[in-house]
Design a protein around this ligand. Structure first.
Ligand code: CA
Length: 515
């Protein structure tokens, strides 16, 4: 060993030691802001036909100062199951929460926050969780019962229920979270603060102060607002989630029934009664009204995100806090003539994901790797320096956040949607997607074999208007995707749903009206 090397050794040891002490001292705080049904189409940073309306200045700021994920997806596009995956890092078949029905989520199972808490993090959950039963692994939790209410919302804590009369849900969720941050936090510990909004879930009730927003604007329509589902399968035709047929003039659009006398919607109801649009004009009017209410709700979420960012800055917490924003799935903003979610088509399969971490994430960066909601739990644990349990099914996003995607990062994603028969009549399906090609298998259909396959080329057909499963030119790609689907199912240990979930499908299918 040369003299130089001998001299360097203690220096190196000192450096390594200091780095690890420094890392321990600087465990980042995590602020996770999560909304319900917020489509990437209504986030300015994602571009698209609605970006010019400037619908989300604060979320856009997060993207500008951090990283935007363009290919973030869920494994089962519906509220309760998405949240179960968020907490467990597992697909529905392993965490047990297959659909939005009551029960199904065992709170005793392993969840990331329980581990995070053991490593010295304070863990807090405020807002919508949509999983029955008492939360576990949180130092403090205050959640909405079930779907919760937009106006005068009630919250549940371990001590009981509190009603916030005269208040709007997105404001209260943020108030409660900031109250914990400013008044209840132990400043000697890092924290995980989960702020879960109810908005913009159906039936899209805006705050009073936002009722006039977008009033005199025409919201651009998607090209396929009047989709006829030609070249698609049985499932796309038989769904019950269209603006034309499913969206109601009562609870959804508020121009009929009890809403007529509600001062918030009286002006709209009066206009509707006098003008009574018909046919395509009626669909267009419904689209405009739906979009405006939806975007008023997301404006309320965005405004409250601004309050959180401002508070972090005032408390001098900005630099050591990673702020992440996402939604429990995407949503249809009139594409295919639809609202709601559930399908493996892009608008509901994809979900927004944005992260800001000063000094670690390059400002204004964009990630196009395939990421999924099974990755979130592991990401939180990795950020905290905690060991990741073997049975979690995702991958930490921390290397991606640092701009260092591993060479062996995944090239495909698995999806399975189980909730049928149920509201909106979207048939059960599973599938696999790569960056360009997507293969979907609808199962349990009333057709020979009970199944139908769909195949889309997202590069040539990004709106997924042409199922080209039967085109001979695609045979080789489809065969490869079928093999990949089997590989993923084996890898993720996909099993048949339990008897209870299967039985529900059989008995309810008999009762479901034939369309
Ligand atoms: Ca949802």
């Amino acid at each position: 060993m040369t003299m130089t090397r001998l001299l360097l050794l203690p220096l190196l040891t000192l450096f390594v030691f200091s780095a690890s002490v420094l890392a321990a001292a600087e465990k980042p705080n995590i602020v996770w802001i999560f909304s319900d049904d917020h489509s990437y189409q209504t986030i300015g940073a994602y571009g698209g036909r609605l970006a010019s309306l400037n619908p989300s200045p604060n979320i856009d700021r997060l993207a500008l100062e951090g990283m935007r994920f363009d290919r973030a997806y869920v494994g089962n596009s519906i509220c309760g199951p998405s949240r179960a995956t968020l907490l467990t890092g597992k697909h529905s078949h392993l965490n047990g929460k297959y659909d939005n029905g009551r029960g199904g989520f065992d709170h005793d199972q392993q969840q990331f926050q329980k581990i995070l808490r053991k490593t010295g993090y304070q863990t807090v959950m405020v807002g919508k969780i949509h999983l029955d039963g008492n939360m576990q692994g949180f130092d403090y939790w205050e959640v909405l019962p079930g779907q919760g209410k937009y106006y005068d919302p009630e919250f549940i804590t371990e001590e009981g229920r509190t009603r916030y009369a005269g208040e709007y849900v997105s404001d209260v969720v943020t108030d409660r979270a900031l109250d914990w941050l400013q008044n209840k936090r132990d400043e000697d510990k890092p924290f995980m603060l989960m702020i879960h909004h109810k908005a913009p879930h159906r039936n899209w009730d805006p705050a009073d102060r936002h009722m006039a927003k977008y009033e005199d604007i025409d919201i651009p329509e998607p090209d396929n607002l009047f989709d006829t589902y030609l070249n698609r399968g049985t499932a796309a035709r038989l769904q019950d989630m269209s603006i034309e047929k499913t969206m109601t003039l009562g609870n959804d659009l508020k121009v009929e029934g009890r809403w007529v006398d509600n001062p918030r919607f009286a002006k709209r109801a009066k206009w509707f009664a006098e003008n009574k649009p018909q046919g395509k004009d009626l669909v267009r009017w419904k689209y405009q009204t739906y979009m405006k209410d939806f975007m008023r709700c997301t404006w309320g979420v965005d405004e409250n995100i601004g309050r959180v960012l401002q508070t972090l800055k005032q408390m001098d917490l900005e630099d050591n806090t990673i702020v992440m924003y996402s939604s429990d799935q995407g949503f249809y903003m009139g594409e295919h003539g639809w609202f709601d979610k559930r399908f493996m088509y892009e608008e509901s399969f994809r979900t927004p994901l944005i992260a800001r971490w000063p000094g670690r994430i390059k400002p204004g960066s964009v990630n196009t790797d395939l990421v999924q909601n099974i990755d979130f739990a592991e990401t939180f644990l990795d950020l905290a320096g905690a060991a990741i349990p073997d049975d979690m099914q995702g991958k930490s996003l921390v290397p991606l956040l640092k701009g260092q995607t591993p060479a062996d990062w995944r090239s495909s994603l698995y999806y399975n949607y189980y909730e049928y028969p149920a509201v909106h009549s979207v048939r059960r399906h599973e599938g696999v997607t790569g960056k360009r090609y997507k293969l979907i298998r609808f199962y349990g259909l009333d057709v020979p074999n009970g199944e139908e396959w769909e195949f889309y080329d997202l590069e040539n057909d990004p709106a997924e208007m042409n199922n080209t499963y039967n085109k001979p030119r695609n045979a080789a790609i489809i065969a490869a995707l079928k093999e990949e689907l089997q590989r993923l199912k084996a890898d993720y240990k996909v099993t048949e749903p339990p008897a209870q979930v299967r039985r529900k499908a059989r008995t309810q299918r008999k009762k479901a009206p034939q369309k």
